[in-house]
Design a protein around this ligand. Structure first.
Ligand SMILES: Cc1ncc(COP(=O)(O)O)c(C=O)c1O
Length: 345
């Protein structure tokens, strides 16, 4: 056993994250909205080359890769994938070469996460989104034929094993809330490949958290053709199996809001730009254009519609991603330009 492992409920972790991540109140924003108290859990500060939610999942996935004696890792995602950038950084720390299959054609000038992938020494392949998985399998075949032992990390690291990172994170939050005498009614998080929300739901059950976990869907109400909540239940059940727990989740136990899909994945609209600018102007912190900007925009809309009342406490789980901001400079600048006067008034 590699002596640098730690353990969670008997399962090995390869330590990568700066934990516990801070929790604090967004006092200025809560006051400006005259709405519920909003707390934030700063998983944009998990470390690993600009932070984000994948760090926690990768602790379990990289430990598994090392235990299986893999000699490289392969994963896939969008050109601006935070998951790919964090996997590349984790692979550096584990001493494993990393290959990434990114969707689309390589931009002329690398920017955002794509640029960081290059700094981190990852070998990049490009394929159109519908062919991305097939291309990844092709790369795997090629490496196997060369005598390599690749470890494949599925999109977003959202397996039961990866989700354990968020089961543990929920326990971490619960301890922080108890120590501070805080009670949270609703946790809001961006939900895409599902591992974060599935892990949080399991952690909530294990530590007796009485609030609700609400995922704001970023992509779709389907994942690989199956209803998204069915996928969430499968990931959570897989995590339970890994922990040796006979707990089962039903799809309708997961709360997911599908109203904020906008023009599709990675298309920045007014919702995201306004949320990014508002949180920047009131709290001096960065959201990202694809996930947390959309999820926070959804939260603001739900507050506006009085779905959440001023007597409630909401916790926004910041899952990172600000490295992608620079790649969306053109779209964001255009939209933020018109908003500035309104926001600083
Ligand atoms: C910044 C950020 N937030 C949220 C998510 C969604 O997490 P999950 O894929 O576990 O649902 C991602 C996924 O890539 C992400 O990069």
């Amino acid at each position: 056993m590699n002596e640098s492992f730690t353990f969670y409920r008997g399962l090995p972790r390869f330590p990568l994250a700066f934990l516990p991540t801070p929790v604090h109140e967004l006092k200025r924003l809560s006051a400006a909205l005259r709405g519920p108290r909003i707390l934030i859990k700063r998983d944009d500060q998990t470390g690993l080359c600009s932070g984000g939610n994948k760090t926690r999942k990768l602790e379990f996935l990289i430990a598994d890769a090392l235990q299986q004696k893999a000699d490289m890792v392969i994963t896939a995602g969008a050109v601006q994938s935070n998951h790919c950038r964090q996997t590349a950084a984790a692979a550096v720390l584990a001493g494993l070469p990393c290959e990434l299959v990114l969707s689309g054609t390589p931009p002329e000038i690398p920017n955002g996460n794509h640029l960081l992938d290059l700094f981190l020494g990852a070998r990049l392949h490009f394929a159109d989104r519908p062919q991305r998985n097939q291309r990844m399998l092709q790369v795997v075949e090629e490496r196997l034929a060369q005598g390599k032992r690749p470890y494949i990390i599925p999109i977003g690291g959202s397996t039961g094993l990866g989700a354990l990172g968020y089961c543990l994170a929920m326990e971490e939050l619960n301890e922080q809330l108890q120590a501070a005498g805080e009670k949270v009614d609703i946790i809001i998080t961006a939900s895409s490949s599902g591992g974060t929300q599935a892990g949080l739901a399991l952690g909530a059950r294990l530590c007796g958290f009485t609030g609700r976990v609400l995922g704001i869907s970023i992509d779709n109400d389907k994942l690989d053709g199956a209803p998204f909540q069915t996928e969430l239940s499968k990931i959570a059940d897989d995590a339970c199996r890994r922990l040796g727990l006979s707990i089962h989740f039903e799809p309708d136990e997961f709360h997911v809001q599908y109203d904020y899909l906008g023009q599709g994945y990675g298309v920045v609209g007014a919702l995201e730009a306004k949320a990014i600018a508002l949180v920047g102007c009131t709290e001096g912190l960065l959201l990202d254009p694809v996930y947390t900007g959309r999820a926070f925009g959804g939260l603001l809309d739900l507050i506006r519609k009085k779905v959440f009342t001023s007597s409630q406490t909401i916790l926004f789980w910041h899952t990172g991603g600000s490295a992608a901001l620079f790649a969306y400079a053109a779209e964001l600048e255009q939209r933020i330009h018109g908003l500035r006067a309104e926001l600083v008034a």
